[in-house]
Design a protein around this ligand. Sequence first.
Ligand code: BMA
Length: 335
Amino acid sequence: MSENLKSLPCVKRYPGNPVLTAADVPYPASLVFNAGIIPWKDGYAMIFRNDYGTDQAAFEAGRGFRGTNIGLALSRDGIHFEVEPEPVYDLSGADGGEIGRAYDPRLTVIDGTVYMSFAVDTRHGLRGAIARTEDLHHFEILSMTVPDNRNIVLFPEKIGGKYVRLERPMPVYSRGRDRFDMWLSDSPDLVYWGNSKLVAGVEDFPYANDKIGPGAPPVKTDRGWLVITHSVDRDNTRGKNGWEPKWPKRYSAGMLLLDLEDPSKVLGICREPLMAPETDYEVKNGFRTNTIFATGAILVGDTLRIYYGASDTVIALAEAKIGDLVDACLAGGPR
Ligand code: BMA
């Protein structure tokens, strides 16, 4: 796998990156990353993962994070954010201690209702959850997968009368460790999920050798559903990168286009990364360097704003013309 992956030339990083860091958070915060975003009132609402309770020196001395919660930041322009005074969601220790934490939130509006999908660590495995919220402060869990599954993203409208989601189960026995793919399921009510189908495998992404899965919720275009993925390559010769003694993975953002009426059908896969780690805040400075994890995408006119966790440490923003992104998917051809 080449060490020199490049982002698509049509993607422009916001020069003022990062747009949100731990320094912007008025409660304990160490790493602020992997955020969901929606239009909200007269601006935008972002909901983000916050790992707190240590720093690099303390971590390297053996003192790990104290916990993870989910915070809310509001913005008029989608670029400058103000964080609410308290975290809005924290499942730590719930269900009699069965639940460890909730993290990696995504937001989707369907028929005027806001949903948050997120990952949940439990004593008995990793689960993907979907919750409904009216005010972004109170969340009612509607469904949770069996282990191990996470990275659920919801389509922003029903398709063929059904709710639809993308997800990334973790078939450890059958595919070998870390060989994970992207799947789709549908539901009549957001509670019961079925009709599961494979959408794309890690082998469809030439720059990934480890796993691929959903990143941001799908964006509707006139030529198909544009889906941003996380796409991971592993090289065990990579040594210390970031705070941990060793971090052999690189997370890029990938992209594919799905059929509007049958989103299990792939119209095109971009065979190069949409975004590969390149800047200091993606490659060098932070907890897990070499990491781009895009979990939010908002269409503003003909421009797609892509919100991504960089180095699992900060939240950054990039933009591209939606037409260029669709062209790049279609140029790669179907599966
Ligand atoms: C995954 C998740 C993400 C994280 C990524 C890179 O397994 O934990 O939250 O961004 O690893 O560290």
